[in-house]
Design a protein around this ligand. Structure first.
Ligand code: SAM
Length: 77
């Protein structure tokens, strides 16, 4: 299930936050976004590949840009 990100700072004193995880990349990224990124903010994954890290995340909540060298964009340039 996709969850709506909490507003940055809204969690203060309301619930505990786990700061370590042994889940996979997608679950960890979801937690990271909830902690640090507000809805509408710009996110660029410049090594998007097949987007596996994003499979549990509703990228429509963000200003999301995906690129990869496989689609012609080398992040070193
Ligand atoms: C581990 S995958 C990234 C996983 C991805 N972010 C996801 O959500 O599944 C690494 C990716 O980096 C890309 N890559 C490697 N060198 C790059 C470069 N110089 N510029 C852009 N993409 C690059 C590869 O094509 C590959 O798709």
């Amino acid at each position: 299930m996709k969850s709506k990100p909490i507003k940055q700072g809204d969690h203060m004193g309301k619930f505990p936050i786990l700061t370590s995880s042994n889940d996979g990349n997608s679950a960890a990224l979801k937690d990271i976004l909830q902690l640090y990124v507000e809805e509408g903010q710009v996110i660029a994954d410049v090594t998007y590949g097949k987007g596996v890290f994003w499979k549990d995340i509703d990228v429509d909540l963000y200003n999301f840009a995906a690129s990869d060298i496989q689609t012609g964009v080398d992040f070193k340039k």
